[in-house]
Design a protein around this ligand. Structure first.
Ligand code: 5GP
Length: 202
């Protein structure tokens, strides 16, 4: 029987570069990136259904009421949530599902799905985080300020995760992330199949 995929939850403060790290590993189609729903406005270049499902507040609340969200949270005055069905379907198909979500949502997943693995991506320093957020240039000074405030609180909660890695040099962060996932693939809790395969003709 095929193993179910791993549920991998990735958090990190806004501007830590988690999107860039993830875009590297997502080139492998054993991964499925869960497209979140949000009520925030699209940034220039973001596409509905690709980066996010951009929803009105009413539509988002309707989905919550219909139990359509695996988790959701309010972050910097907007809702963000993980549509339930694609996650369940892809895990059953054996894909590793990546949830790129903030800390409150991650802790809800921890209650509902204790087998999930939690990975936190840290910036090298708060100064570097601020520099990266300013460089991105997609948010107003006010929004950047809010996100930096959130960042400290989020980093303080990173000890609740299973793993933390620093995104200093991109290629090293990608290697670290892949090493964590490979170790989890080989964890016997997730892959009894390899032993059964060897014993098949005993
Ligand atoms: P951004 O506005 O920069 O795209 O995302 C803001 C924060 O919301 C990031 O920390 C991002 O990981 C988080 N986020 C994105 N999608 C979800 C989601 O579905 N649920 C939760 N709880 N957080 C999310």
């Amino acid at each position: 029987m095929m193993n179910k995929g791993l549920l991998i939850v990735i958090s990190g403060p806004s501007g830590c570069g988690k999107g860039t790290v993830l875009s590297e590993i997502l080139k492998d189609d054993k991964f499925f990136y869960s497209i979140s729903a949000t009520t925030r406005n699209p940034r220039p270049g973001e596409i509905d259904g690709v980066n996010y499902h951009f929803l009105t507040k009413d539509k988002f609340e309707e989905l919550i009421a219909n139990d359509g969200m695996l988790e959701y949270a309010s972050y910097c005055d907007n809702y963000y949530g993980t549509p339930r069905k694609p996650v369940e379907d892809m895990l059953n198909e054996g894909k590793h599902v990546i949830l790129e979500i903030e800390v409150q949502g991650a802790m809800k997943i921890k209650e509902k799905c204790p087998e999930a693995k939690f990975i936190f991506i840290l910036p090298p320093s708060l100064q570097e985080l601020k520099r990266r957020l300013n460089k991105r240039g997609t948010e107003s000074a006010e929004v950047i300020g809010k996100r930096l405030n959130e960042a400290v609180g989020e980093i303080e909660q990173s000890y609740k995760y299973d793993y933390a890695l620093v995104n200093g040099e991109l290629s090293l962060a990608v290697d670290d992330l892949l090493a964590i996932i490979r170790a989890e693939e080989l964890n016997l809790k997730n892959s009894n199949n390899i032993i059964n395969e060897v014993l098949k003709n005993a």
